[in-house]
Design a protein around this ligand. Structure first.
Ligand SMILES: Nc1ncnc2c1ncn2[C@@H]1O[C@H](COP(=O)(O)OP(=O)(O)OP(=O)(O)O)[C@@H](O)[C@H]1O
Length: 261
């Protein structure tokens, strides 16, 4: 099986802080990973390296077979789908939802072409349908709820047909209904054999979609444990990662955690 991401002894230092500390990790093309850990553990920094938007201070990172720092990153980034809150801020509030998704095919925000290929229009319609956005296509991005914006960001990332999909807290700040509905869409997406490798960062085990295969627990820039989800998500591992006694339950494909009394 081909690996889409390979980190070898990766450290990342900023402002004198060792944010990632000698991390080694491999993601294969059929994997669906979730990264969990407390605030400040370094989760988003790992995604930035996987997205080739940050380079390790030491160690090596290969993404889709290319060494980060050693290739034309613009070409590499076109092969990676990234849905993160920071990127949503770059989307003009006045842009129509249909255009936000469509323009991903050209890696721009703000519609700038008068004519698109019919292939792109068809693909955009298909993606909007899969992510329940068809009814919102003429609305402007600025008028959407948080849940709708998250869907648009993911649809935009899916539109480019990436070889690696990176999701930074896709269910963060959503209400119960929006979260559950997004998790269903993510479950469906992740279950397709045509879907790319996925790495999702989240704060809550309740936000892990059924069908995700692997997990990494991160604390203070170091991997506590990483591997198949069932091996990783144990009371002892979560307790060590979050620094208080926790217990975890697994039912119907979903996870739930709480502090023990
Ligand atoms: N440029 C920087 N200079 C100094 N420290 C930084 C810099 N960028 C990030 N950090 C620190 O690195 C640590 C890891 O940040 P990161 O955003 O990767 O964590 P995270 O696990 O995603 O956190 P959260 O769950 O809060 O989003 C944090 O303590 C952050 O303050």
């Amino acid at each position: 099986m081909a690996s889409v991401l390979e980190l070898h002894d990766v450290s990342f230092v900023r402002g004198g802080n060792r944010i990632l500390d000698q991390l080694s990790w491999t993601v294969d093309e059929a994997d669906r990973w979730v990264i969990l850990g407390p605030n400040g553990a370094g989760k988003s920094t790992i995604l930035q390296i996987a997205a080739a938007t940050a380079h390790p201070t030491s160690g090596t990172a290969h993404v889709l077979g290319e060494r980060v720092g050693g290739v034309d990153v613009f070409e590499l980034r076109t092969r990676i789908g990234l849905a993160a809150t920071g990127l949503a801020r770059q989307i003009p509030a006045t842009e129509r939802v249909g255009d936000v998704v469509l323009t991903a095919a050209y890696a721009v925000t703000g519609r700038w072409r008068e004519r698109y290929e019919s292939f792109d229009l068809e693909r955009a319609a298909e993606v909007m349908d899969a992510w329940d956005l068809t009814g919102l296509s003429t609305r402007t991005f600025g008028t959407l709820s948080d849940g709708e914006r998250k869907r648009v960001q993911i649809a935009r990332a899916v539109m480019t047909d990436p070889e690696l999909m990176l999701l930074d807290e896709p269910a963060g700040s959503l209400d119960l209904g929006a979260r559950e509905s997004l998790l269903q869409s993510l479950e469906e997406y992740a279950s397709s054999p045509l879907a790319p490798a996925i790495i999702m960062v989240t704060h809550h085990v309740e936000e892990i979609p059924p069908g995700f295969t692997h997990g990494m627990l991160l604390r203070e820039g170091r991997i506590v444990t990483a591997g198949p989800l069932e091996d990783v998500l144990t009371d002892a591992h979560l307790t060590e990662t979050f620094g208080l006694p926790l217990e975890i339950a697994h039912e119907g494909g979903r996870w739930a955690a709480r502090a023990t009394r």
